[in-house]
Design a protein around this ligand. Structure first.
Ligand code: HEM
Ligand code: HEM
Ligand code: FE2
Length: 444
């Protein structure tokens, strides 16, 4: 690494992997519950497990994005982080909020509203924490010698993500309005501003790992940002079909939702083309695997499987079934989990000076986790489609259907075990790297 303060990223990366592990534990609890073994029900009811699974996911990804930002911004801007101490304070605040939220869910302290379950008082802490983070990054960039396109796209994503947290904090009497604005957070995050964060981090990784000129990589970044806004904003309509919003959303959501995969196709072509152009010669091959894998798998999970249920004619049947979980898993994995694992894979040798990216461990971590996630997506797909036919087409009772599809969750749990093995290997590799090392600082 160029600057000593970049080491603070390690704290965020380690936190990410710890919370990721916890997220997986709650995943298994739900997987077994779906199989009919809801043995922990008295202590961890399904709703608490689900809220924990989802919020841990969001927090470990945000922690990964923050770590990535603290690593990338000094390098791109050619200066130390404005205040490393503030970064540590802000990290601690994030951890405190996460711990209180998870304990709270188990004591029935939550708001419902999938993904936004964190109770209101904690929301204010989240806002404060994000403001501290943005202040620190903003001050770093403010007086910098350089301001690159990569950093501006990353910052635009981070600042917009902060603003878009606010619509989720308004209180409505009407269920329709509440739902309507919940999507401004949930949809406009993952299919809008987080894509900018993704574009920024991918561009940084591609510049470093492929050797292709920055001008070329950053030029295509603009094209992706363009596609994202063009389709993603009005694409919000694919959540407005059946929630009581006006009927024109059927058309708007249908058309713009169907265009959304283009941005992810762009992301996949971008990563593959740049990697090929660079000749895949970088010694840290595994970081390039995760980078290109992120582009490709995000297209499969978000683009392809998102398209599978985005048209109103299809969504009429699939809405609110396990089909959504099929898409949600692969989309989050491909676009955002792999992105965080990519930047960790790239940054760890740079921060520690150790080159532990060769050998079987990191490579097996990559393949095992990905094959596991593909298996999980398949299991959710089979369960989801069976559910749609029995419950919606034939009209069987909801609970009778849940029992009928229990068997498919055995497949889910087996595939999830494979994913967990891969993630375990990744984490073992991470631990082997050890802590950041001052000797690894190369200077500007
Ligand atoms: C051991 C691994 C995992 C298992 C067994 C697991 C299992 C589950 C189950 C059973 C549900 C609830 C489905 C329902 O509503 O009935 C769920 C929800 C969810 N999980 Fe996982 N999961 C795992 C890992 C992951 C990972 C790695 C991610 C993201 C990268 C993820 C993202 C999600 C999302 C986004 C939802 C909500 C889906 C929706 O809105 O319908 N999970 N998971
Ligand atoms: C990385 C990007 C994406 C992620 C992480 C993602 C994740 C998710 C998750 C977790 C849900 C469930 C949300 C909830 O019920 O609260 C969902 C719903 C949905 N997604 Fe995505 N998604 C992505 C991109 C896309 C794209 C590009 C499309 C369209 C082509 C799409 C189409 C849909 C649709 C139609 C639903 C509604 C399902 C229903 O409730 O009927 N998604 N997505
Ligand atoms: Fe969406």
């Amino acid at each position: 690494m160029k600057f000593k303060s970049q080491r603070v990223a390690y704290l965020f990366f380690a936190t990410s992997l710890l919370l990721f592990t916890l997220q997986i534990v709650f995943g298994f609890i739900m997987g077994f519950a779906h199989m009919g073994f809801d043995v922990l029900h008295d202590y961890i009811p399904f709703n608490a497990a689900r809220a924990s699974h989802l919020n841990l996911l969001v927090v470990w990804l945000l922690s990964g994005f923050m770590g990535a930002t603290y690593y990338i911004v000094p390098e791109e801007s050619d200066r130390e982080i404005y205040s490393e101490k503030l970064a540590v304070v802000q990290w601690a605040a994030l951890v405190i909020v996460a711990v209180i939220a998870i304990i709270g869910f188990h004591m029935n302290w939550w708001e419902g509203r999938k993904f936004l379950e964190i109770p209101r008082p904690l929301d204010y802490l989240v806002v404060l924490d994000i403001l501290l983070f943005l202040f620190n990054v903003g001050m770093t960039v403010w007086n910098a010698k350089r301001f690159t396109t990569t950093v501006s796209v990353l910052l635009l994503g981070l600042v917009s993500a902060a603003f878009l947290y606010l619509p989720g904090m308004i209180t409505f009497e009407s269920q329709v309005l509440d739902s309507y604005f919940r999507w401004w957070v949930v949809h406009l995050w993952v299919e809008g501003v987080w894509e900018l964060i993704m574009g920024g981090i991918l561009a940084f990784l591609l510049i470093k790992l492929t050797g292709v000129d920055r001008e070329v990589i950053e030029k295509w970044l603009y094209v992706i940002v363009g596609f994202t806004f063009l389709s993603g904003i009005l694409g919000t309509g694919h959540h407005y079909y059946f929630i009581g919003a006006p009927e024109y959303w059927l058309l708007v959501g249908g058309v713009f939702g169907a265009l959304e995969p283009l941005a992810f196709l762009g992301m996949a072509l971008y990563a593959v083309t740049m990697a090929r152009r660079g000749g895949m010669r970088h010694p840290n091959r595994i970081a390039l695997f995760w980078t290109v894998g992120c582009g490709v798998m995000s297209f499969v999970g978000a683009g392809f499987l998102g398209f599978a249920h985005t048209l109103p004619q299809v969504n009429l049947w699939t809405h609110g079934t396990i089909v959504t979980a099929m898409h949600g898993h692969m989309a989050f994995w491909g676009a955002y989990a792999m992105l965080v694992l990519a930047i960790i894979s790239y940054a760890m040798p740079q921060m520690t000076g150790r080159k532990l990216f060769t050998g079987w461990l990191p490579e097996w971590a990559f393949w095992t986790s990905n094959v596991g996630m593909i298996g999980m997506t398949g299991a959710f797909a089979v369960a989801g489609i069976a559910q749609v036919y029995m419950e919606r087409k034939i009209g069987m009772d909801f609970l009778a259907v849940q029992e009928a599809i229990e068997v498919h969750f055995l497949g889910l749990v087996l595939a999830a075990a494979l994913l967990s093995l891969g993630v375990g290997m990744f984490i073992w590799n991470f631990i082997q790297y050890g802590l950041p090392n001052d000797e690894a600082v190369t200077g500007a």
